[in-house]
Design a protein around this ligand. Sequence first.
Ligand SMILES: *[C@@H]1O[C@H](CO)[C@@H](O)[C@H](O)[C@H]1NC(C)=O
Ligand SMILES: *[C@@H]1O[C@H](CO)[C@@H](O)[C@H](O)[C@H]1NC(C)=O
Ligand SMILES: *[C@@H]1O[C@H](CO)[C@@H](O)[C@H](O)[C@H]1NC(C)=O
Ligand SMILES: *[C@@H]1O[C@H](CO)[C@@H](O)[C@H](O)[C@H]1NC(C)=O
Length: 225
Amino acid sequence: MSVVICCILVLYFQIPTVSGSTEWIEYPPDGTATITHYTLPQGFIAACGCTADSTNYPTAAMSQYAYGSSRAYGPGCGRCFNLTLLNTFTSDPPFFPNVTKSVVIKVTDLCPTGGNGWCSATPGHPNPAGQFINFDLAWPSSSIPSDFFPSDPAVYGATAANVKQDFGVWNASYQTVDCIQEWAGGKTPAALGSVVDAGGVCCPANPTGNANDTCPSYSDQNGIP
Ligand SMILES: *[C@@H]1O[C@H](CO)[C@@H](O)[C@H](O)[C@H]1NC(C)=O
Ligand SMILES: *[C@@H]1O[C@H](CO)[C@@H](O)[C@H](O)[C@H]1NC(C)=O
Ligand SMILES: *[C@@H]1O[C@H](CO)[C@@H](O)[C@H](O)[C@H]1NC(C)=O
Ligand SMILES: *[C@@H]1O[C@H](CO)[C@@H](O)[C@H](O)[C@H]1NC(C)=O
């Protein structure tokens, strides 16, 4: 009898541990962020498990603590944001372009935290630009023009190597938008949703943050740090 009592107690005290979750970054619907870019091969199935056709439209990876999981899917998956370039700040002098460049992206990938990198903000510690979110744009890509990032050759140089310079990192503003209405792939069924479930995929067509249409955190679900 005493063995049974012991085991019931153990189970009872394990429940809070199992449901305890990582503290993720809570971000407002609109705000500022940084933008970097990375190479995502066309047709590649990234961390969320969104369909290969999603790569025909603008996509981005989201920094880990805003994305909400350390692997596979997280609450950031499938969300759409209108990103607008504001200025560079690692260049000398900082560059405030005289054109407004915006793109509506869908989050399909995780940008892992690491060192003091742009994707390494935590709830208590912003990235080196003072921002709590980084969007790592899949660029160059077929869906975002090669001249998306403005440049000013007269000030920052115009050699063959840097005439298309993108400055690497931009200060930006973001707005949460409706994927179906605003994302370029929003009316294309093949670009929406997840690949056939092989485990660990979740890419809602139009997540709003409600538990019924937004991915849970894979790492919280599986007790992964
Ligand atoms: C994105 O932001 C820019 C700059 O504020 C604005 O002109 C544009 O209308 C916005 N696009 C959407 C779809 O919200
Ligand atoms: C980014 O833009 C915001 C809004 O204009 C500004 O307050 C902030 O200082 C800028 N950050 C950097 C690193 O340029
Ligand atoms: C905007 O800036 C670019 C260089 O960055 C310059 O070539 C262009 O003439 C400017 N346009 C206006 C309208 O000032
Ligand atoms: C999700 O929940 C919200 C708020 O409770 C509700 O308005 C919406 O219809 C639900 N969506 C789905 C897909 O069930």
